[in-house]
Ligand binder design. Sequence first.
Ligand SMILES: Nc1ncnc2c1ncn2[C@@H]1O[C@H](COP(=O)(O)OP(=O)(O)OP(=O)(O)O)[C@@H](O)[C@H]1O
Ligand SMILES: [Mg+2]
Length: 261
Amino acid sequence: MADNAQVALRAEGLRKHFGGLTAVSDVSLDVHTGEIHAVIGPNGAGKSTLINLLSGDLTPSAGEIMIGGQNSSGFGDITRLAPDRRARAGLGRSYQKTTIFPQFSAQENVRLAAQAHAASPLKMFGNVTSDADVNRRTSEALEQAGLLARAQMTATHLSHGEQRQLEIAMVLATQPRIILLDEPLAGMGQSEARKVVDLIASLKKGRAVLVVEHDMDAVFELADRLTVMADGHVIASGLPQDVRVDPAVRLAYLGVEEDAA
Ligand SMILES: Nc1ncnc2c1ncn2[C@@H]1O[C@H](COP(=O)(O)OP(=O)(O)OP(=O)(O)O)[C@@H](O)[C@H]1O
Ligand SMILES: [Mg+2]
């Protein structure tokens, strides 16, 4: 299948129960290298749970997660891998709530992320090269996230938008091939959002990006593919222009009837 060549991350029949509640129900999707795949849906639809399943922060009740490009024939099964092993396999993520150390500088935060990723059981032999590598990855990540000029500033003194840029820099420092972002624009003003939207757009070059976001203007600007969830289910998936006019989506999510504006 030619299409498989570009699939960086695949979920098949994913399900997650929390006691009697099914937060994610039979969700399948492909995230392609070079594309931004947006996941939208009302509060409680299961979007963060889906990201947690993909990242390994939660274990699925059923279904499979595969990572592409693992060998010449395609996929590696990562369904049971711990989050740090997935990170090593090229999967990076940000959280809906911040994970920044507020009293550390931007650079120190990014360095910690780079170091956590580089940590090796062979530390005694790995230290010298890995320090140089950590430094390089730290400055590259700060630069791509547009934070080089802010590198020495204490994280708590960065603007809200810059803190989200910092979180993305921390993800970039782990050199992921696949990036999962949960509400990167949450609580942001328009001019701050503009910067972060541009940054997110830049991430897909050579990488696969899955982004959960409520800001519809940003979603329709960024997304190459769109999956809509409601009550744990995928109710529509495809190209944004097709999903946008899907009657089920308009009713269940956008809350408008067929004939409404
Ligand atoms: N750890 C948990 N234990 C029990 N229930 C949970 C847990 N995490 C999420 N849920 C429930 O699962 C459902 C889906 O939650 P989830 O956080 O995935 O939604 P979401 O689409 O990310 O919503 P939002 O847009 O508000 O962030 C909700 O009903 C939520 O209350
Ligand atoms: Mg959420």
